[in-house]
Design a protein around this ligand. Structure first.
Ligand SMILES: C[S@@+](CC[C@H](N)C(=O)[O-])C[C@H]1O[C@@H](n2cnc3c(N)ncnc32)[C@H](O)[C@@H]1O
Length: 209
């Protein structure tokens, strides 16, 4: 495990938050983590509870949480610091932009999308994160055979994602997609409320474009 935020090695920030010099250029993860390791990304990581759990379980991998709300970014950073994790960082940014512009092609082993904002009203549906072009950007950023793992309590949104995924030849459903090792704050909330949770894993099957 790399040391937690050595100032001399992580030039960009003294804490877990990544502060890119250029918000339109691919990030250099070797420099950010001061090592080469496979990368998992938690999209809309919220308070970082899930990220910290999986980063603790896998010290041999690097972890990046992406979140757009400043309060949640601050909470996630505090959690990482408290846990003394050198393999987890937070990017305060919008998911689509981060995936499309800041993640280098073929750089991500696993994307986690835990309980994306559902936007259940029909007139708000176009605000949903998962679209055809978002899946194309995820595909580009994934390593060969990398995976996108999705969990949601919204059946509607889940069926829409399944429909979008079925339209592309770029992914295959992962049949063994079960509950991941960690659990997120929203997941625990929905489980306590007795809500059904829908899960889908998509594996990249075609080469990097
Ligand atoms: C329902 S919460 C789930 C949080 C966390 N994944 C969990 O399961 O506990 C959705 C999170 O995604 C963030 N979010 C929603 N849309 C986003 C976007 N386009 N870019 C970055 N973060 C986003 C929200 O701010 C919120 O923290």
């Amino acid at each position: 495990m790399p040391p937690a935020f050595p100032l001399a090695l992580n030039q960009q920030s003294p804490g877990p938050e990544i502060l890119p010099a250029d918000y339109f250029a691919p990030l250099d993860f070797e420099e950010i983590f001061s090592r080469t390791a496979q990368l998992e990304v938690d999209l809309g990581c919220g308070d970082g509870a899930f990220l910290v759990e999986i980063a603790t379980l896998h010290p041999e991998r690097n972890f990046l949480g992406i979140e757009r709300l400043p309060g949640r970014v601050a909470t996630a950073c505090r959690r990482i610091t408290r846990a003394g994790l050198g393999n987890a960082r937070i990017l305060h940014l919008e998911n689509s932009h981060a995936v499309g512009r800041l993640l280098p092609p073929g750089s991500v082993l696993v994307f986690h999308l835990m309980f994306p904002d559902p936007w259940p009203k029909r007139r708000h549906a176009r605000r949903r994160l998962v679209t055809e072009s978002f899946l194309a950007d995820i595909h580009r950023a994934l390593e060969p055979h990398g995976e996108l793992r999705i969990a949601t309590d919204q059946r509607d949104y889940f069926l829409e994602i399944e429909r979008l995924a079925a339209k592309t030849v770029q992914f295959h459903p992962v049949t063994e997609a079960g509950k991941p090792a960690g659990s997120s704050t929203f997941e625990n909330r929905f489980i306590r409320a007795g809500e059904e949770i829908y899960r889908l894993g998509l594996r990249k099957v075609s080469p990097v474009t």
